[in-house]
Design a protein around this ligand. Sequence first.
Ligand code: C2E
Ligand code: MG
Ligand code: MG
Ligand code: MG
Length: 284
Amino acid sequence: DAQNTEEARFRFFDPSMQAEVQQRAELEAGIRAGLERNEFTLWYQPQYDRYRTLLGLEALVRWHHPQKGLVSPAEFIPVAESTGLIIPLGEQLLEQACRQLVAWAEHPQLSQARVAVNISARQIHTPDFVERVSAILERTGAEPSRLELEVTESMLVQDVDNTIDKMRRLRRLGVRFSLDDFGTGYSSLIFLKQLPLDKLKIDQGFVFELLTDANDAAIVRAIVALGQNLELAVIAEGVETLEHCHTLEAMGCHEYQGYFFSKPLPAAELEQWLITSAPTPARP
Ligand code: C2E
Ligand code: MG
Ligand code: MG
Ligand code: MG
């Protein structure tokens, strides 16, 4: 009716909304240009087991914007997703990660480490996702079993059978899958059981206050038990202190990622960090 039309008109001309629309449009143009100018790079954050053996590295995108400097993924990944630009961006990043794997193939500490790459919903739902990943593996010569793909529950509930089929096909090549931000989604355990996964990543939101919040502690214990029963590895993210490490270890969680070890670093800095500051393995 007339009043709603009037309302809609005012809402449409709401200056703060208009500013938001414009900001998104600028961001979209910026991402497009950034893709052409290779402004996106991956930083790497190490993952350790309880013996301080380096297991892998999570690849996290950073945008070196010509004016704004370093832009965090939280600011541009949502826009990249809604515009579909995440597809070319994700492809570029996956290729970078695979090239890095090849570059590290002879590295004394990194030759066995896996690289974990975050995959967006839009990416995994492209019809030729498996072919694209396979082509990148072939083009770069990266060892598929050293590539891990991080997916989230919310992206798997859509088009389940097809997605499971894609995951199976990639796993047959040796690629592994971990479920990121686990515990923040809403999927049932029956659904979880169906997924061809290798690892659960406990969301950092449950880890930060693990020592003082009994509910967080109960959730972490439950995730660890679930992982054991489903024969999945369990890694905690957001591990910031030695106490976090010890508490997680006592709960049966044996893999850790977080600022306690290192923040994400550019590849060259990570290599340097491994020489000067990395924890030394303490196998019993
Ligand atoms: P995520 O995949 O859950 O990554 C973990 C985030 O937690 C990273 O933030 C990491 O820097 C941060 N983090 C790690 N350890 C700690 C810690 O001990 N304490 C605290 N406070 N934070 C910690 P980042 O790099 O800003 O990435 C944020 C999110 O952006 C990622 O969450 C992921 O969802 C997305 N993202 C990052 N890189 C990519 C990418 O290449 N592709 C896609 N599709 N998404 C990405
Ligand atoms: Mg992740
Ligand atoms: Mg996460
Ligand atoms: Mg997260």
